[in-house]
Write a protein that binds this ligand. Structure first.
Ligand code: GUN
Length: 298
């Protein structure tokens, strides 16, 4: 069993990004700039956004954190998004989710200019991704693809079972693994809350990507020997023995599943750091105008 070390791999990716930023700066180019909008005081969201700001500093990006109280109206938030859209110095804009119930995620996502949508949540980026066009791909699925690639895990012809069909992870993951590329070329089964017999599916899987948000859902008897297991889950479970009062639990029962695997991601230190590195990578592509504004239509 080999651990897929997302921490180490993400450090390599960040070093590559930092090198590129240094080279851009030395040639008088524009320093990449990520803006993050955070609404409210959700503990996990605060942690994630603070990490993203720290990551920017580590690779030499500029970052701006725009914080608002839960009381901000949808209209006010949409106006802020438009102001950042119009700020020429900002290359990437993310709005941390979840948002308060009175604000439509859909409306906010669609208001972000696709060229700055480094989360890859805008329908235009999702559509481009599905068609295999250059696009911002949401950071968690892209991080997983990068991890498989850097560990040179063969995916072609394999059966990949994705558990969870969220917009952010499960659905784009299923598309990326099925498409004609490397990594990719899998036969994909997308399981969700209405799937009749998930165990019957996962037992057939060469690759399992668990992204349903139920701690330790995937048990040892649901996995065939030699499988590759990717754990996207990161749920805070109360734990009085920990200083911060909670433990982070993945969607995989690591103790049971790991001995059966060829490769498995730990939690923490697997998918999470790869997600963070992917957001930086997308922001760098935006600063380089790699995906948009390069095609002239004249
Ligand atoms: N909330 C959970 N994951 C994400 C993410 O990747 N991006 C944003 N903006 N919010 C999230």
């Amino acid at each position: 069993m080999t651990l897929l070390d997302g921490k180490k791999t993400s450090e390599q990716i960040k070093a590559e990004i930092a090198e590129e930023v240094a080279s851009i700066n030395s040639q008088g180019g524009k320093t990449p700039h990520l803006a993050a909008i955070l609404v409210g005081h959700d503990g996990a969201s605060e942690t994630y956004v603070n990490s993203k700001v720290k990551d920017c500093a580590q690779v030499g990006f500029r970052s701006s954190l725009l914080r608002f109280e839960d009381s901000i109206t949808e209209e006010e938030l949409l106006k802020v998004v438009e102001e950042v859209n119009d700020d020429e110095d900002v290359d990437g804009l993310i709005v941390q989710l979840p948002l308060p119930n009175h604000i439509s995620v859909q409306k906010v996502t669609e208001r972000i200019r696709p060229e700055k949508d480094v989360d890859g949540f805008h329908p235009e980026n999702v559509g481009r991704m599905v068609k295999g066009l250059p696009a911002y791909i949401s950071a968690t699925p892209y991080g997983i693809v990068q991890l498989l690639d850097r560990y040179q895990i063969e995916t072609s012809g394999k059966h990949c079972v994705v558990i969870g069909r969220s917009d952010i992870v499960g659905t784009p993951m299923s598309i990326l693994m099925a498409r004609k590329s490397s990594p990719g070329n899998c036969t994909v089964t997308l399981c969700h809350s209405r799937t009749k017999d998930i165990k019957a599916m996962t037992l057939q899987a060469d690759i399992i990507i668990a992204a349903l948000g139920i701690p330790e859902f995937l048990k040892g008897d649901m996995v065939k020997s030699g499988a590759v297991v990717i754990d996207v889950g990161i749920t805070r479970v109360p734990d009085p023995t920990k200083k911060r009062g909670y433990a982070l639990k993945g969607d995989v029962d690591f103790e049971q599943v790991a001995p059966k695997c060829s490769y498995i991601t730990p939690v923490p230190g697997g998918v999470g750091p790869m997600t963070r590195a992917s957001l930086l990578w997308n922001t760098l592509q935006s600063a380089k105008k790699a995906f948009y504004l390069t095609e002239s239509v004249s």
